[in-house]
Ligand binder design. Structure first.
Ligand SMILES: [Zn+2]
Length: 63
């Protein structure tokens, strides 16, 4: 049974698939907060969201 709802995409997933936690990389946290200002890292996120944000870094970060 899904026990956790990803705050970024709204998908209900099993708690064990929750990926992000408080010691996540800071650049990744900042990037997510750019689009989800009220999100905090303790809320976590599902794997597809994390992978998507990591991929965006490859494509968009030039600084
Ligand atoms: Zn998600």
């Amino acid at each position: 049974m899904p026990s956790y709802t990803c705050p970024l995409c709204g998908n209900a997933i099993q708690e064990e698939f929750r990926t992000l936690h408080e010691d996540a990389e800071q650049w990744l946290i900042n990037r997510i907060k750019r689009q989800h200002p009220e999100w905090v890292s303790a809320d976590g996120a599902c794997s597809p969201c994390i992978e998507a944000y990591k991929a965006k870094r490859e494509a968009r970060d030039s600084s």
